[in-house]
Design a protein around this ligand. Structure first.
Ligand code: ADP
Length: 685
């Protein structure tokens, strides 16, 4: 037992160890996979970044002014959906996006440098306007200055002053027509103060119409102003661009809410609103960078090599980080006051488009999926499946997004430990099952061995029993034969007795040998019966007669109840008498002091019952089940264990069953036993 269980225990130890090793190997395998995935994603980003950088340099190289460069930035933003928030950085920390600039696109014309002659008229006009409050005189003086004015800048300035003075006279229409002349100067090329003339003029025109209560014209002028502001934004560092924009936008919003706009105006406004929100967003972006990151970027830029793309992170509070990439622009572009370009990756695009595309090219196996985590292990992206809890392995991005991680997940969300645990349980269960089977196998084997040794014990007992049984009558026959032969016994009666003993002993011998022979025939299936219709009572009576004297000799009392009339049955006479004699001789053998035997034949409806009853030692309940087994003998506690072969009842039962009959026994220890055989009557089926 131990010899079998020990290897089992060793096997189970080894298999558990191998599971642990397997889990270790799995980890190494997954680690390899996650590294591969990480490299693939990173190289894709790196590739994208390098590509973008080259594209930026190519397209900016050809451009000579900042407005064209801005439009190139807008084009590049469209071309690279994974990249957003392009930002030019100037020598002195100036910044510009595709739409707005801060310091990089300053208005070219400052205050007009009024010529000497003109200055004379102008200062006269200003005195009349502000000191004398002689507005008509002032207008005249301004007009004289206008005649000799040369530059657009001068002309624009004088018209605006004439307009202003007309307004003071409440001559709004005249004032408006002066301001209208300013609108002809396009874009941001001409300024008044630090503000492009179109903005000043349209603002004043709208105000004039408001004074005139000309609502439609007022509205038209404001819409025009709004549109012009959005299409021609000027530098954030010059005269309050955002102030003009916010003011105009607010008035228009008011008009919108009071339903003052017709439908075509409303749809134009919708388009412009998009542009406005981009502009506001980019202005905010510029101001954010300027305030929080620009200083660091500028100092880092000094150490940057020309081909490097740097990454910078700014933590804006606990929950948000701001990531920025930037690189130097080549000197050829730096003719303009710009030195570098910064940008951001569009995380949504990366997670929703780029990464899924890259991952679809990686063979991961059907149960494995990839997730991207941020520094706090929040899932930014998970391939294919809904959210799961545990990852198998995780790896940080190395270069581009060092705060991001790539993780491998098992579809069911199990960790490596959980997976190994599951396998461990499986193996443990399997091992216990194997152990159980082994234990059952061993016990079955042990029982078989015990049974086998029991049989061999019974067989050898049988041999010694039979030998003993043969020896006793043989030695008696020999002894009495020799005595007779020697002629010593002269008394006729004695001689007769001796002869009778020899005959009886040889009959016993024959009976015994018949039993053994029949048994061996039955055991090998060769026993043949000679059935014929015969009188059963006669057969039993003859057998009983033949043994009667022998039994009485031993001090037995025999009571027989055998009907006179014949009872016919289909029987083998020899076999039936052998079966009966077996029961009879057992009744003799297993009776101790109460030597009383009763033989009875009863005819029943379909069968005839023959019973042999004794008042002997009886048989216990447990033994009753076994006495018909071959070679089985009960070791009872009689004073003298009677001889026997253990075959008698086996043979009897076989004979009776061959006659399609039954045998049963009722017995009580120390009270006696009754064996009853039933044989079907002729004609019954
Ligand atoms: P044997 O008598 O040669 O031992 P049997 O097959 O005839 O073999 O009987 C089997 C066993 O049944 C006997 O050993 C005996 O213990 C028991 N047995 C049979 N008949 C009787 C009986 N009439 N009374 C008590 N025990 C009996």
């Amino acid at each position: 037992m131990f010899l079998i269980l020990l290897p089992g225990a060793i096997i189970s130890y080894l298999s558990l160890k191998s599971i642990n090793e397997k889990a270790g190997n799995q980890r190494i395998k997954y680690q390899g996979t996650v590294n591969l995935v990480k490299d693939k994603l990173e190289s894709e980003l790196f590739h994208l970044e390098t590509n973008f950088r080259n594209s930026v340099i190519d397209s900016l190289l050809l451009e000579g002014d900042i407005e064209n460069i801005q439009s190139q930035l807008r084009r590049l933003e469209k071309k690279y959906p994974a990249i957003k928030n392009l930002l030019l950085i100037g020598n002195d920390g100036e910044l510009s996006t595709g739409l707005v600039s801060n310091g990089l696109n300053k208005l070219k014309n400052g205050e007009a440098d009024l010529g000497k002659y003109m200055d004379r008229y102008i200062s006269k006009a200003e005195d009349e306007e502000f000191i004398d409050r002689n507005f008509t005189g002032a207008i005249n003086s301004y007009r004289k200055a206008l005649k000799i004015a040369q530059t657009h800048q001068e002309i624009a300035m004088i018209h605006s002053r004439i307009g202003r003075t007309y307004y003071k006279l409440h001559l709004y229409e005249k004032g408006i027509s002066e301001y209208r002349k300013l609108i002809e100067f396009e874009g941001n090329s001409v300024t008044i103060g630090n503000v492009p003339v179109f903005a000043v003029a349209l603002h004043q025109i709208a105000e004039g119409y408001r004074q005139l209560n000309a609502f439609q014209e007022h509205k038209r002028a404001l819409l025009e102003l709004y549109k012009m502001l959005l299409k021609n934004p000027w530098d954030l560092q010059d005269g309050g661009y955002l102030y003009y924009l916010n003011l105009t936008s607010a008035v228009i919003r008011e008009m919108e809410t009071s339903n003052a706009l017709d439908s075509s105006e409303a749809s134009t406004i919708d388009e412009l609103r998009d542009l406005e929100s981009s502009l506001i967003a980019q202005s905010g972006y510029i101001l954010f960078i300027k305030e929080n990151m620009l200083g660091r970027i500028i100092s880092e830029l000094k150490q940057l090599t020309s081909s490097e793309i740097k990454h910078m992170t700014y933590s804006a509070g606990l929950d948000s980080t701001f990531e920025l990439e930037y690189f130097l622009l080549p000197p050829a572009i730096q003719q303009l006051p710009i030195i570098a370009l910064a940008f951001q990756f569009d995380k949504d695009y990366l997670m929703q488009v780029l990464f899924p595309k890259v991952l679809s090219q990686v063979e991961l196996g059907k149960d494995i999926t990839v997730g991207i985590l941020n520094e706090k292990d929040d899932l930014l992206y998970l391939q294919d499946i809904p959210e799961v809890s545990n990852y198998l392995v995780v790896e940080n991005f190395a270069q581009l997004y060092p705060r991001w991680k790539v993780a491998l997940y098992e579809r069911s969300g199990k960790s490596l430990e959980q997976l190994a645990g599951r396998e461990k349980h499986l193996y443990l269960g399997l091992f216990i099952a194997i152990l159980l089977v082994m234990v059952i196998g061993i016990s079955v084997l042990a029982r078989a061995i015990i049974h086998e040794s029991e049989i061999s014990r019974i067989k050898s007992e049988f041999v010694s029993n039979v030998t003993h049984e043969l020896k006793t009558p043989l030695s008696l026959i020999r002894m009495f034969g020799e005595t007779l032969d020697s002629g010593i016994v002269t008394d006729e009666n004695k001689r007769k007795e001796f002869y009778s003993i020899i005959r009886k002993e040889s009959e016993r011998l024959t009976h015994l040998i018949n039993n053994v022979l029949d048994f061996s025939k039955i055991d090998s299936g060769n026993k043949e019966y000679n059935f014929q219709e015969s009188d059963l009572t006669a057969t039993i009576r003859h057998s009983l007669e033949a043994y009667k004297f022998h039994i009485r000799d031993k001090g037995f009392e025999i009571e027989s109840k055998i009907p006179e009339e014949p009872v016919l049955a289909n029987i083998d006479i020899d076999a039936i008498s052998q079966a009966f004699l077996n029961l009879l001789s057992n009744a003799v053998k297993y009776s101790d002091n109460n030597k009383h035997i009763k033989v009875e034949i009863r005819q029943e409806s379909k069968s005839v019952a023959i019973s042999v009853q004794d008042q002997g030692v009886g048989i216990s309940k447990e033994e009753l089940k076994k006495i018909f087994n071959k070679f089985y003998r009960v070791s009872n506690n009689m004073a003298k264990q009677p001889g026997g072969s253990g075959l008698g009842l086996t043979l009897t039962k076989h004979i009776i069953e061959a006659h399609r009959g039954t045998i049963e026994v009722v017995s009580e220890v120390n009270k006696g036993s009754t064996f009853t055989i039933r044989i079907p009557l002729s004609g019954s089926s």
